[in-house]
Design a protein around this ligand. Structure first.
Ligand code: PLP
Length: 454
């Protein structure tokens, strides 16, 4: 079954585009084209299509435009850097802006993270994490520790390594030929019925015991584990704080490296600069992209520990990873302006407050709606779970989900569908962090009207 990932809004039934339509859309039937709006302008949380229709961007682009459109500080930083120097060769050159942004990222993260390697995307940040885990053990005299554990509903990207590490859409990635080997897929901690549940007490203990068994079974082979602190594309499934802390303990005990994929959760989205801060479990490797510069230009980063750096340094080795545009100075300038805005006093606390407000108002407005199941998430990373039968927590039929997303769009709200077979259906709400209370109320009104009473 196909699981929508970012970019793969459920396909509306659409007439074939005329043969002149010039692009194919990622993760979409290649015949679909004109069915999608063409966006020409944006301001704050709003975007406008070429027919002049305005939408609330309830998913911040693709979860990345976290400070909204036409942000004056980001725009100015981009223009200034463009005028100074648009590009620098990252192999044997640096630039004050790329250095300053790397220092800023390290200042924002725990001292255990010591170095920054720039990338262009989230997929690429995960590629590098995979390479660092394996090479670290290779350089440390443990070449057999190549196995990497990941969760079976995770999404880490679509490059070969990151696609192979992704738990969702496995049959689809399989159909592109052999996957990159060496990943073990561990079940996402869920209820006994395989659906999202409040994980506490005896249920949580059992999930923790399963995690411990994974480390026991793979002892001596396990090089690391890559996790999203909140599973995003897989359906907004937050991993409990205790679960993350136990992973940290198990990694410390076994010598496996812990990588957090915070491509979606990082840079303020959950009300903290990074989602791992909620749990107190810090990673050895941190993968970032998306909100890193509010999505204005392609940029990602993989931060890693001094222990990893020292392994390379002792061997006089280099990191075999380069894309020409890694750490582009204009993209880094946008990153500096983004962090400046995120660090304004009170902004992150407001993300928490606004996320709670949005969830509370949605829950109140939809309480009597038989299609509404629950909201999940942290800060302004919210999943709205829908059902065809509340008492059975049955998933919504994909056709009905498509209808819901289309109705929301028609009423002027962009959302992103969640369809994780057997687990959850609904849609993501990731509005820009600068959203105002009145705009939150408007979102709730559109959702309530669009879901109707069926
Ligand atoms: N990792 C996570 C958790 C993501 O949500 C995504 C994208 O949605 C990626 C990696 C891939 O990032 P990108 O699309 O920038 O390659």
């Amino acid at each position: 079954a196909s699981v929508p990932a970012p970019g793969s809004a459920a396909a509306p039934a659409a007439p074939l585009p005329p043969p002149g339509y010039p692009i194919v859309h990622p993760l979409k039937d290649v015949r679909l084209g004109e069915a999608f709006p063409s966006f020409a302008a944006g301001e704050g949380i709003y975007v406008q299509d070429t027919n002049g229709k305005t939408y609330i961007d309830g998913i911040s682009g693709l979860w990345n435009v976290s400070l909204g459109y036409r942000h004056p500080g980001i725009r100015q930083a981009i223009v200034d850097q463009l005028d100074r120097l648009p590009y620098v060769n990252p192999v044997d050159g640096a630039n004050p802006t790329t250095l300053a942004f790397a220092e800023t990222l390290l200042r924002l993260t725990p001292p255990a993270l010591a170095k920054v390697a720039y990338t262009c995307t989230g997929s690429e940040s995960v590629e590098l994490a995979i390479k660092l885990i394996r090479k670290f053990h290779q350089l440390s005299g443990r070449p057999e520790r190549t196995l990497i554990a990941v969760l079976d509903k995770s999404y880490h990207g679509t490059y070969y390594g990151s696609m192979s590490a992704s738990g969702i859409d496995q049959e689809i990635s399989e159909s592109y030929g052999p996957r990159v080997p060496g990943f073990r897929f561990h079940p996402v901690p869920l209820g006994d019925d395989g659906k999202p549940a409040v994980l506490e007490g005896e249920l949580l203990e059992r999930r923790l015991a399963e995690l411990e068994r994974l480390f026991e079974e793979e002892e001596g082979r396990l090089g690391g584990i890559i996790l999203e602190p909140i599973i995003g594309s897989g359906g907004i499934l937050p991993l409990p704080d205790r679960y993350l802390r136990r992973v940290r303990e198990l990694c410390d005990r076994s010598g496996a490296l812990l990588a957090f994929d915070e491509v979606a959760t990082g840079m303020g989205r959950t009300g903290r600069m990074f989602a791992f801060e909620h749990s107190g479990a810090a990673p050895d490797i941190l993968c970032l992209s998306k909100g890193i510069n509010s999505g204005y230009l392609p940029l990602g980063a993989t931060l890693f520990s001094d222990a990893i750096y020292q392994a390379f340094a002792r061997a006089g080795s280099h990191i075999e990873h380069l894309s020409t545009q890694n750490g582009n100075p204009i993209a880094c300038a946008a990153g500096l302006a983004t962090v400046e805005a995120l660090e304004r006093p009170g902004l992150l606390a407001e993300v928490t407050r606004k996320g709670e407000l949005l969830r509370r108002l949605l829950e109140e407005a939809l309480a009597a709606n038989p299609m509404f199941l629950e909201t999940r998430g942290k800060g302004l990373m919210i999943g709205v779970a829908l059902t065809s039968d509340r008492s059975a927590r049955a998933l919504l039929d994909p056709d009905r989900l498509r209808e819901v997303v289309a109705r929301l769009r028609q009423r002027g709200l962009l959302v992103y569908p969640i369809h994780t077979p057997g687990v959850t259906t609904g849609f993501h709400l990731f509005p820009p962090l600068i959203i105002e209370d009145g705009e939150i109320r408007k979102i709730v009104q559109i959702v309530a009207r669009s879901l109707g009473g069926r």
